[in-house]
Write a protein that binds this ligand. Structure first.
Ligand SMILES: Nc1ncnc2c1ncn2[C@@H]1O[C@H](COP(=O)(O)OP(=O)(O)O)[C@@H](O)[C@H]1O
Ligand SMILES: [Mg+2]
Length: 357
């Protein structure tokens, strides 16, 4: 059902996105590394789960944000523990179909019971795949959080992945990221100093729906739950929420449950506000100026120099270099986009929440 608010796991639950799923499956099959990028709530986790369920491989879905949220960093022990849990059948996605799973011995391949390192697990998974004559896909969702692995910005993890890339042919990796620039920086596929420099990879981008597709998404969703919703309401909802599937689903779900357009839109905005405020709080921890800059841009203060005036009026002097860095970071994190010298907030719902102060 389209209006089910959880991440989707099967193709039938997904609207459109045939091209993206195909590209993702192709990446998984033919490339050692695939990136799946797009702004928050656009549908990356859903597409990743669908592809993992469909591909003819052993797939492991690892949520890097979850690993990070346990302690504010990502330890090898947490990562190894998570992979062991998945192997023991506790993972959410049914990833190990057709293979008998026991705690430390799978398909006759032994994993060192204790003190296994991430590299040991990679070796183990590679042998496992070989035994089962299947590829093994290790998918890290919101992988930019892996920069908090270990004490060197995740370099140890990247070195392990570089080792797998070079020596373990049965493994491939998928990395998704909402903070696209941060993900690129972290992986460093184009950065000479990164362990992964120069490795070949495929990139699949998930974009918000275009207008017409957003309308159709809502129409189809309402059809599914047997509701006949007037065109003006569909139009007004798309106007407010744009083509971001996460918000469209939220709206459709509430309309279906409450039967009122105003209530549904109100509840969607309330939920959005709560979610976005949390995200902004996280951002503020990195620098208080981020929020000021975003507020300015949300109010239509769009050029570099007017943003600088605004920030300085509110919070005192900021150097040009620092302001440029902050703006660049906001672009990398997927909050803003620069078009013709003007900065814009990407998600119109975020823009609205920011304007409310
Ligand atoms: N193509 C789609 N069809 C139906 N629902 C979708 C689609 N894309 C995303 N969703 C829904 O939108 C919400 C956000 O999707 P999610 O996959 O969590 O996005 P992301 O991982 O990019 O933040 C979820 O509730 C999901 O069910
Ligand atoms: Mg996600």
């Amino acid at each position: 059902m389209l209006f089910d608010p959880r991440p989707k796991e099967r193709r039938e639950e997904i609207f459109d996105r045939e091209g993206e799923i195909k590209a993702l499956l192709n990446g998984m099959k033919n490339y050692p590394i695939t990136l799946l990028i797009g702004i928050r709530r656009v549908g990356k986790s859903s597409l990743l789960r669908v592809a993992l369920n469909e591909c003819d491989a052993i797939g492991l879905y690892i949520d890097a944000r979850k690993l990070y949220s346990i302690s504010g960093s990502v330890s090898q022990a947490a990562l190894v523990g998570e992979i062991r849990n998945i192997l023991a059948g506790k993972g959410r996605v049914g990833v190990l179909r057709g293979i008998s799973v026991e705690r430390v011995s799978i398909a006759g391949v032994q994993l060192k019971p204790r003190e296994a390192t991430f590299i040991d697990l990679l070796d183990f998974l590679n042998s496992l795949g070989r035994k089962a004559s299947k590829k093994v896909i290790i998918a890290f969702d919101e992988a930019q959080y892996l920069r908090f692995y270990g004490s060197r910005g995740g370099k140890e993890l990247l070195a392990a992945i570089a080792y797998a890339y070079d020596s373990l042919e049965g493994l491939s990796f998928v990395f998704t990221g909402s903070e696209v620039g941060l993900l690129h920086d972290f992986l460093g596929l184009d950065d000479y100093s990164s362990p992964l420099y120069g490795r070949i990879y495929e990139e699949v981008e998930v974009k918000p729906f275009r207008r017409e597709l957003s309308r159709e998404f809502l129409r189809r969703g309402f059809d599914e739950v047997g509701m006949n919703v007037p065109g003006e309401e569909i139009e007004a909802a798309v106007e407010e929420l744009d083509g971001i599937p996460g918000w469209l689903v939220e709206f459709g779900f509430h309309y279906w449950k409450k039967g009122s357009f105003e209530k549904a839109l109100g509840m969607t905005m309330r939920k959005a506000r709560a979610v976005i405020r949390e995200e902004l709080k996280e951002l503020e921890k990195r620098s208080g100026r981020y929020l000021l800059i975003l507020r300015a841009i949300a109010m239509g203060i769009a050029s570099w120099s007017t943003i600088k005036e605004y920030v300085e009026a509110k919070a005192g002097p900021v150097t040009n270099a620092r302001l440029s860095e902050l703006l660049r970071n906001l672009e990398k994190m997927g909050w803003v986009i620069k078009k013709d010298g003007k900065y814009l907030i990407i998600d119109p719902v975020v823009e609205k929440v920011l304007r409310e102060g």
